[in-house]
Write a protein that binds this ligand. Structure first.
Ligand SMILES: [Zn+2]
Length: 204
């Protein structure tokens, strides 16, 4: 049995699916929407939406063991928007915004899901897992990320029209794109086009 791929499946404005792995659970909530103009991308509207996101996240809970309430959805959006402000401040080397830290640190204090050792030596989560527990895991991961050795590797995608944030955990540390299949590929196509245009341009 192969492990399912890590990362969320997103759709471009043209409807093309691509996989985006932000590199850490603490950043995985960001593509579900966000504050201001990012609210255009909102996908967390009801408990089933948050459960679907959690099941696809790197937490990999048993989808049948998730219990999500409408309050959890509101809390998820609240935490996510705070994480956006913190992540963007981190990317730009600015001080981390105090009100958003209050939101994050509050969620990090909630009870997280409990790991269990399975008879086959694998790991599972103790079920049921509540929406609050999922958010606690996200918040704790974000605290570790933003205070940890990879905090300086939190970046925005290099495409001028893409705001996705990821942490580059690769050894060389040269990740530039949210995903090679999407923005990386668009960049290659553009670079190729401008090279061939330059080549074909008449000397003037
Ligand atoms: Zn991108």
């Amino acid at each position: 049995m192969t492990e399912p791929a890590i990362g969320l499946v997103l759709h471009s404005s043209e409807g093309v699916a691509h996989r985006f792995d932000p590199g850490a659970l603490g950043l995985e909530l960001l593509p579900t929407g966000g504050p201001g103009a990012l609210s255009h991308y909102e996908v967390l509207n009801e408990p089933a939406d948050l459960a679907r996101w959690a099941a696809a996240s790197r937490l990999r809970p048993d989808p049948g063991g998730l219990v999500v309430s409408p309050e959890d959805v509101a809390a998820a959006r609240y935490l996510r928007d705070a994480l956006w402000h913190i992540a963007v401040a981190r990317v730009h080397g600015e001080p981390l915004p105090a009100p958003d830290l209050v939101v994050l640190n509050e969620a990090a204090a909630w009870r997280p899901p409990a790991l269990r050792l399975a008879p086959d030596g694998g790991r599972t989560w103790r079920t049921p897992i509540t929406g609050t527990q999922v958010l606690a895991a996200v918040a704790r991961d974000a605290v570790e990320l933003f205070s940890g050795p990879y905090a300086d590797r939190v970046r925005e995608c290099s495409a001028h029209d893409c705001r996705l944030v990821f942490v580059d955990v690769s050894r060389p540390g040269r990740r530039r794109w949210c995903s090679m299949e999407h923005c990386g590929n668009r960049h290659k196509v553009r670079a190729h086009r401008s090279r061939s245009q330059a080549y074909e341009a008449p000397e003037g």
